[in-house]
Design a protein around this ligand. Structure first.
Ligand code: TXA
Ligand code: MG
Length: 311
């Protein structure tokens, strides 16, 4: 089933493939002309580095200058899975991949088709398979929406997690999370037995260390906003409501209630953003997370993506 896609990658073409987080847009990590096609197709600024996708731990040695005991602990504990690790890079790693940084991000995704593809045609440099600034694709149809019906995409239905991987920088100390994801800060600290820093509004990463954080992300055309807790008026038909608790008087096709199922909320978020545009909603109003749900390990990732869409 993958033969055609393996062939395309070996010929220096780009192919969209499923991972457990979102669909990726892959190119041979050692082929500069293939990687250039990613930037052109996505209209991605060339100062935003790509993650290298591998299908084994030893494969990291091609890219990372050194692999610490902590790095090994994390790889053994969380790979394959939604955790990207940033290492000091080897000199031969292409500047196109790292955007000229002295570090490289590497991840081993767990989706079986991604593993098969990478094992045959990888390692693959791959960002999310969306036009820059659009929500990441969680379905093959999202990729076709952005890149056209004929674009080669390996269709494996909806992705399991729906939010991009956790990005953890191991090239500096203390280690720092640039992007929260399904592997939580607690998971990481527990595995390492030490604290890691989290980039936040108060503690922004230096732009030159994680260029991706300075770009707008994940935005539909509709305006995304937090629902005002005191909003008691009748629901507005031009607004898509994403709620996580049941609210009296709010029922209808434009009101989605997740009832505390945060994994499902995360899985569907980007699809809901895209649906809002297709269905002509001008606003997406999301119930803020203010109660016990803040303890949910997915919360920093979910809230981060919503906040980025709000801008
Ligand atoms: O789940 C994911 O990570 C998905 C799937 C396809 O694996 N990929 C993904 O890639 O979300 P992308 O390019 O959309 O986001 C990668 C993020 C960007 O914010 C980028 O700036 C950051 O990782 N990044 C990559 N290499 C880096 C590096 N060497 N230093 C700092 N940040 C890096
Ligand atoms: Mg992306």
């Amino acid at each position: 089933m993958l033969d055609r896609y393996i062939q395309l990658l070996r010929e220096g073409e780009i192919v969209a493939f499923p991972t457990e987080t979102v669909y990726g847009l892959g190119a041979d990590a050692w082929n500069p002309s293939a990687i250039r096609k990613i930037f052109v197709r996505k209209e991605r600024p060339t100062d935003n580095p790509l993650i290298v996708h591998v299908a084994s731990i030893p494969a990291v040695e091609q890219f990372a200058r050194e692999i610490s005991a902590d790095a090994r602990t994390l790889m053994q504990r969380f790979w394959p899975g939604p955790l990207t690790l940033i290492f000091k890079k080897k000199p031969e790693v292409l500047d196109l991949v790292t955007a000229g940084l002295d570090t490289v991000g590497v991840r081993w995704p767990s989706h079986p088709l991604s593993q098969e593809l990478i094992a045959s045609a990888g390692p693959l440099a791959a960002p999310s398979a969306n036009t820059s600034g659009r929500p990441s694709p969680t379905k093959a149809e999202h990729v076709r929406e952005d890149f056209g019906e004929q674009f080669p995409v390996i269709d494996a239905g909806e992705t399991a997690i729906g939010l991009e991987s956790t990005v953890l920088d191991l090239s500096r100390k203390p280690y720092r999370i640039y992007r929260p994801g399904a592997v939580s800060v607690q998971d990481i600290e527990e595995a390492l037995g030490k604290k890691v820093e989290q980039a936040s509004g108060d503690n922004p990463p230096a732009e030159n260390r994680s260029p991706g954080t300075k770009y707008s992300h994940y935005t539909p055309d509709a305006t995304v906003r937090w629902l005002d807790v005191n909003e008691t008026t009748a629901p507005d038909s031009g607004t898509l409501y994403l709620l996580h608790s049941r609210r009296p008087g709010r029922e209808g096709s434009n009101i989605i209630t997740y009832e505390g199922d945060f994994p499902q909320f995360a899985r569907e978020l980007y699809d809901r953003f895209r649906q809002a545009d297709h269905r002509g909603y001008t606003t997406v109003a999301i119930e803020p997370f203010t109660g016990g749900e803040r303890e949910d390990p997915l919360m920093p990732a979910l809230e981060n993506r919503i906040q980025k869409a709000i801008g």
